[in-house]
Design a protein around this ligand. Structure first.
Ligand code: OAD
Ligand code: ZN
Length: 250
């Protein structure tokens, strides 16, 4: 099956991928759902909503500082690196991620659409003005916005919030015109990101899923691999490489 996918990728010119927390699992970043998931231990509505921030901003900041620390200790894994290498197989390749962990950037991917923001960025909770990337926040003394005096919050998308309009619009545009679309390490449950693979397939893309567990996408995908992305993606990239080199020699 992987052979077939390598054949298809080696002949396509527009590629896109949607990643979720699972791609970073092998780096040691916990996922949200599943047995070890963050949402098993913490309640999202007490940590990742505007209501929570208004009620107890210090608790919300403690949680984000904890996650920042956790994430700053980890490195991209072979799955992230393979997606960076995949760029060269296509004329155009877009990496759409639901992750806020910055690991795709660290791996060097060039065109990244961050649907849910980036945990290292801060913004004003009132006017949305985006602040310096690496400002550390003391939960007991949360800084305020220079423009309007609002409190500073992490620049991530919380439950009940809209995604950044230009980013999600671009993501749908790329999904629609992709020849091949990979859904990697996502439970495919959170909208609107979960619609992207469906839009891609409806637009004619070959849909490939990589996830050790089955998801609502598994039956719809043209190819569904129950595997870890850090193991399967490097194999896939190597197979496409070999085909491209073979074709160049001919
Ligand atoms: P989830 O935690 O819902 O799903 C992670 C998926 O990764 C699961 O389906 C796992 O089976 C899979 N997985 C685990 N290990 C893997 C591995 N080594 N290789 C490949 N896949 C693996 O995370 P997301 O789908 O990203 O939103 O969740 C979407 C959104 O829900 C997140 O962005 C976050 C969360 O609430 C916000 O915070 C707005
Ligand atoms: Zn402001």
């Amino acid at each position: 099956m992987l052979d077939q996918v390598a054949d298809i990728i080696s002949k396509c010119s527009v590629g896109a991928v949607l990643t979720g927390a699972g791609i970073s699992a092998e780096s040691g970043v916990p996922t949200f759902r599943g047995r070890q998931g963050l949402w098993k231990k913490f309640r999202p509505e007490q940590l990742a909503t505007m209501e929570a921030f208004l009620a107890s901003p210090e608790v919300v900041w403690e949680w984000y500082n904890w996650r920042r620390e956790l994430i700053s200790d980890v490195q991209p894994n072979p799955g992230h690196h393979a997606l960076k290498e995949m760029e060269e197989f296509f004329q155009e390749f877009t990496l759409i991620t639901q992750n806020v962990d910055n690991l795709h950037r660290l791996a060097g991917s060039s065109r990244i659409l961050e649907l849910h923001g980036n945990i290292y960025r801060n913004k004003c909770a009132d006017c949305g003005f985006v602040l310096d990337d690496d400002m550390d926040i003391d939960p007991a003394d949360i800084p305020t916005c220079d423009k309007c005096g609002g409190r500073v919050r992490p620049d991530v998308v919380w439950f009940g919030e809209m995604l950044p309009g230009d980013v999600i619009e671009q993501a749908f545009f790329e999904a629609e015109r992709a020849d091949v679309f990979l859904s990697v390490g996502t439970s495919a449950l959170v909208q609107p990101a979960a619609s992207l693979p469906l839009v891609a397939k409806r637009g004619g893309a070959t849909l490939i899923e990589i996830n050790p567990e089955r998801t609502p996408l598994s039956d719809l995908a043209d190819f569904s691999f129950q595997a870890k992305s850090g193991e399967l993606l490097p194999d896939l990239v190597k197979m496409v490489h070999d085909r491209k080199e073979g074709a160049d020699r001919r």
